[in-house]
Design a protein around this ligand. Structure first.
Ligand SMILES: Cc1ncc(COP(=O)(O)O)c(C=O)c1O
Length: 375
């Protein structure tokens, strides 16, 4: 019997295949199609020819953990223990899976905010937990009344995603205040915060759970170098957690992967110190704005994008049809692949909203917009 009977091929694989089959521009899957920073390229060449080809230490290379600690001190003013609170993982996906396996017991409830990224629920199911899914509000922000209602003494974990994929929203100070109040009521509740787009935020201030001292003793926070440095194929990221939870997370990690690609770790340990984080923001902000401008004459309504490399758009002026059908027509008839947002919900709110990935060459975005403006 299948342990994951509901799980089929992911929407990303389906849309990328359709994009290939129909020769369409792929604004579906969230990966950049432009070159990596030349400084990173150079580091790959030099590091790959040094003696770093054997297993790295289980929690991550010591150089990389030190670099991560410095990066967090610089960005969030928080000092994480190199030995106890940092774990290098094979991408955020492995960090999330490992955390859930380590901390969720049979019968525990896990609250997830929909639309939610597709790797959360299967991990909860495999751990024997019960997913409790709560929709974001109409502005795609946490709907606190519903979250409070969904939480009880059996809730082990609340999974949050900030900046949000696919909706592009950021958590506010008030959201964190509401979370503090909720946590005060449930002392055993832990928070798994998926912050893979933490360095891709625009005008509005990004607040990481890492910077909220009152929540730190119960927060497991996940980052992705794949997203931050547009090297999604390297599959490398990390998590930070208080030692109490990290001990359990490492028990699973050591039998799942033991350790992560050694070359990638040493390259990133050096690159973290020279990467231009302002440039990363302005690069994506430029792409977001270029795409929005190129789409101005279209019948799509661009919704606010505060962070991530996704732009959501309302197509209700063009069609009232279901988004899963609409995206198929877009690929076949207009040559642009996108992602329907309804697939990230358990309780589909039936809205006409699709997701574009703007982490693409400017030329790709302009060509896609030209096609989309013809609809
Ligand atoms: C919200 C979110 N979490 C996690 C991931 C997975 O990140 P990684 O490629 O580092 O496993 C993604 C990738 O698209 C994502 O969008």
């Amino acid at each position: 019997m299948s342990k994951l009977p509901q799980v089929g091929t992911t929407i990303f694989a389906i849309m990328s295949k359709m994009a290939n089959d129909f020769g369409a521009i792929n604004l579906a899957q969230g990966f950049p199609n432009f070159a990596i920073d030349n400084k990173l390229n150079e580091l790959v060449k030099t590091e790959a020819s040094s003696l770093i080809h054997q297993y790295a230490p289980m929690p991550g290379s010591i150089n990389l953990r030190h670099a991560i600690a410095e990066m967090n001190l610089d960005t969030y003013g928080v000092k994480f223990s190199v030995d106890e609170e940092i774990l290098v993982t094979a991408g955020a996906t492995q960090a999330i899976f490992t955390t859930i396996q380590a901390l969720v017991n049979i019968g525990d409830e896990v609250v997830q905010l929909d639309p939610s990224y597709d790797c959360y629920e299967p991990a909860v199911t495999l751990a024997g937990g019960k997913s409790v899914r709560v929709n974001l509000n109409d502005d795609f922000r946490p709907y606190w009344n519903e979250i409070i209602e969904a939480t009880n003494d059996k809730t082990r974990l609340l999974i949050i995603n900030n900046p949000h994929n696919p909706m592009g929203t950021l958590w506010s100070r008030d959201d964190f205040k509401a979370l503090e109040t909720l946590c005060a009521k449930y002392p055993k509740l832990l928070i798994l915060s998926d912050e893979v787009y933490e360095y891709i935020t625009f005008e509005k201030e990004f607040i990481s759970i890492k910077s909220i001292a009152s929540l730190r003793d119960r927060a497991i926070c996940v980052s992705s170098f794949g997203k931050t440095f547009h090297i999604t194929g390297w599959k490398i990221g990390y998590l930070v957690a208080p030692n109490e939870w990290m001990i359990e997370i490492k028990k699973v990690h050591q039998f799942l992967v033991f350790s992560v690609n050694s070359i990638a770790q040493e390259v990133i340990a050096k690159y973290i110190k020279i990467a231009d984080y302002d440039h990363i923001k302005s690069l994506y902000q430029g792409k977001r704005d270029l795409f929005a401008q190129a789409m101005e004459k279209s019948r799509f309504k661009m919704l606010p994008c505060e962070g991530s490399f996704f732009q959501i758009a309302d197509y209700s002026e063009i069609s009232k049809g279901k988004d899963t059908e609409f995206v198929k027509d877009l690929v076949k008839d207009f040559g642009v692949a996108t992602i329907p947002t309804s697939v990230f919900y358990q309780d589909d709110p039936n809205q006409q909203i699709i997701r574009f990935c703007f982490a693409k060459e400017d030329e790709t975005l302009i060509q896609a917009a030209e096609k989309l403006c013809k609809i």
